[in-house]
Design a protein around this ligand. Structure first.
Ligand SMILES: [Zn+2]
Length: 486
C-alpha cells in the first residue's frame, strides 16, 4: 500500500496545532489550537489500503459511474455508491504529541554570516525510504562531505551555509515548517533554500524553482558531468520529454510528485513551478525565500510503500550509484555558488516574463467565464511590465556590477519578499506568496497567481477584481524594490 498524509496542507503545513508559530516544547498550551479545531485536520477518518483490500469494497459499490478521473486500474467500472454493501472498519487513531528532531549543520560565512543559504532534505520515511528520502540524504551528506574538504583547505564561504535534515516531513512538512517559523526574522535575509527529497529514482534529471532561480539551476547543471556522458545540462536537454520529472504515474503524483512542467523560457530546458508536497513550501510560500527542488527520476512504482528499500534501489533505481554522485554534485554546487556569489545570481527578467504569461492565460480564462472586458487586466498587466522592465535593468547591472555590492544584493534579495501579501491568500492566510501556492483542489501541483486563478475557478468576479488589485500592488512593490538600486 502507498502511505501518505491526508492532512489539508493546502490550508497550512506543519504542526496542525500551531499555524504560523514554532511548535517548541516551551510554547504554552494556551497558544495551541486543539486538533479538532485545526483547519489542517480532515474530519473523516481515513486509512490507506492495498489494492487487494480496496478491490472487494470498490467492486460492490453501486450507484452512478465515478467521474472519469476517479477510474483506476482495477478491471471493473468504479461506482460512487452509496451502498448497497456496508463495510465495517476499525481504525485506531494515534493522537500523541511527539518530539521531532531537525539536525542542522552550519558553516559560518566570512563576509555575511547573517545571510543563510539553506540546503535541506527530510530524514523521516514512511517505511525504509531508500528513495524517499534516503537517496536525497545520501547525496546531501556527500555534498556536506565535499564542503568539509574545502574547509580543510582553508576556504570559507562568504555567506553562512546551512545543511538541514528535516524530521516529520511525511506527516505534513513538520520539521521544516516549524524550524522556518522559529527563525522567520533571520530568514528575511536568506538568499535561497535548495530542496531535495526523492533525489534519485532513475536517470532523468528535472528541477522546479521560482523563476528567478531557473537560469541559475541550468547554469549549475552545465558544470556537472552526467553518467550518460557530457554534462547534466546536455542530458537534460536531450530528455525525451519537456520539463520536470514526469515519469511518475498520476497516483504517485498525489504524493511527493509535486512538479508541473512550466512553459519553456528562452527556448531553454523548462524548469517546473513549485507546488507543495515537500519542505520548500514554508520557505517559498510563507517567507518568500527563493527556492528550488530537483530530482533524477525514472519508473518508480514503489513510492511510499514497503518496497521502497535498498534492494529496489540497487536493482532498479541507481545500481551503480552514479546518479547519486550527480545529485550530490548539483546540490552541493547550488549551495556553494549561492553562498559564494559576489552578485546574487537571480534573473528577474525571466520572472517578469513568466508572470506576464500567467496573466495572459488568466485573462483568457476570465473572458471565457465572464465575457469580454468584464474584468480589467490593464493595471495588473502594466504592473507586470513594470516588474519585468525593472528585472531587465537590474540584470544589466548584475552583469556589469559596481565595486560596492551590498545595496545591489539587498535589492535583489528583497524583491522576492515584496511579492508576499501580508494578509495572505483569501481564506488561507498562511500562504502569503502572490505568485505561487499549492492549489486548494490540485493536490500538490502549483497554482500560479493563486488569488486570481482561484477566484476565476469559483466564478467569483468580485473577488477576482479584488485579487487583481492585490497582485498589481505586489508586482509594483517588487518593481520598486528592484528600481531602488540605481
Ligand atoms: Zn519525501
Amino acid at each position: 500500500m502507498q502511505r501518505g498524509s491526508v492532512g489539508y496542507m493546502f490550508e497550512f503545513p506543519g504542526d496542525p496545532t500551531t499555524p504560523g508559530i514554532a511548535s517548541l516544547p516551551s510554547l504554552p498550551e494556551s497558544k495551541r489550537i486543539s486538533p479538532d479545531k485545526s483547519a489542517q485536520m480532515p474530519k473523516i477518518p481515513i486509512t490507506p489500503l492495498s489494492y487487494h483490500d480496496a478491490w472487494p469494497i470498490l467492486q460492490h459499490l453501486a450507484g452512478p459511474d465515478s467521474p472519469r478521473e476517479w477510474q483506476g486500474a482495477l478491471p471493473f467500472t468504479y461506482h460512487v455508491g452509496p451502498g448497497p454493501v456496508r463495510v465495517k472498519m476499525h481504525l485506531k487513531q494515534d493522537y500523541q504529541f511527539r518530539t521531532l528532531w531537525d539536525v542542522i549543520g552550519r558553516v559560518r560565512g566570512s563576509d555575511s554570516p547573517g545571510e543563510w543559504v539553506i540546503a535541506g532534505n527530510h530524514r523521516d520515511a514512511w517505511v525504509y525510504g531508500a528513495v524517499d528520502p534516503n537517496s536525497g540524504t545520501a547525496a546531501m551528506l556527500e555534498a556536506a562531505h565535499g564542503i568539509g574538504e574545502l574547509l580543510k583547505s582553508g576556504w570559507k564561504p562568504k555567506r553562512t551555509m546551512i545543511f538541514a535534515s528535516w524530521d516529520g516531513e511525511e506527516e505534513g512538512l513538520m520539521g521544516s515548517t516549524e524550524w522556518a517559523e522559529q527563525y522567520e526574522s533571520e530568514l528575511a535575509n536568506a538568499p535561497a533554500y535548495f530542496n531535495m527529497d526523492v533525489a534519485v529514482s532513475g536517470p532523468k534529471f528535472g528541477a522546479s524553482a521560482v523563476p528567478s532561480l531557473k537560469q541559475f539551476i541550468r547554469d549549475v547543471t552545465k558544470a556537472v558531468p552526467s553518467p550518460k556522458g557530457g554534462t547534466v545540462y546536455e542530458a537534460w536537454q536531450k530528455g525525451d520529454q519537456p520539463g520536470a520529472p514526469s515519469t511518475q504515474s498520476p497516483t504517485e503524483a498525489i504524493g511527493d510528485g509535486r512538479r508541473m512542467p512550466a512553459a519553456p523560457a528562452k527556448g531553454d530546458v523548462p524548469v517546473g513551478d513549485l507546488g507543495s508536497g515537500s519542505d520548500y513550501s514554508v520557505f517559498q510560500q510563507h517567507l518568500g525565500v527563493p527556492s528550488s527542488d530537483m530530482s533524477s527520476s525514472g519508473p518508480y512504482g514503489v513510492y511510499h510503500s514497503v518496497f521502497d528499500n535498498f534492494a529496489w534501489f540497487k536493482k532498479f533505481g541507481d545500481p551503480d550509484f552514479t546518479y547519486e554522485q550527480e545529485m550530490a554534485r548539483v546540490f552541493g554546487l547550488e549551495a556553494l555558488r549561492m553562498a559564494d556569489a559576489d552578485v546574487l545570481p537571480y534573473d528577474y527578467e525571466e520572472y517578469g516574463k513568466e508572470v506576464a504569461a500567467y496573466l495572459d492565460a488568466a485573462g483568457k480564462r476570465a473572458e471565457n467565464k465572464f465575457g469580454n472586458h468584464a474584468l480589467d487586466f490593464n493595471a495588473v498587466t502594466l504592473a507586470a511590465k513594470h516588474f519585468q522592465d525593472a528585472g531587465t535593468k537590474i540584470l544589466a547591472k548584475q552583469k556589469n556590477p559596481p565595486r560596492a555590492l551590498a545595496r545591489l544584493n539587498q535589492a535583489l534579495r528583497s524583491a522576492e519578499r515584496a511579492l508576499l501579501v501580508p494578509e495572505g491568500l483569501p481564506h488561507r492566510p498562511w500562504f502569503r506568496h502572490a505568485i505561487y501556492a499549492p492549489g486548494e483542489y490540485t493536490g500538490y501541483a502549483a497554482v500560479v497567481i493563486p488569488g486570481v486563478n482561484e477566484a476565476l475557478d469559483k466564478g467569483d468576479a468580485e473577488r477576482a477584481r479584488q485579487q487583481l488589485a492585490v497582485l498589481a500592488a505586489a508586482l509594483e512593490r517588487a518593481a520598486k524594490v528592484l528600481e531602488s538600486y540605481r
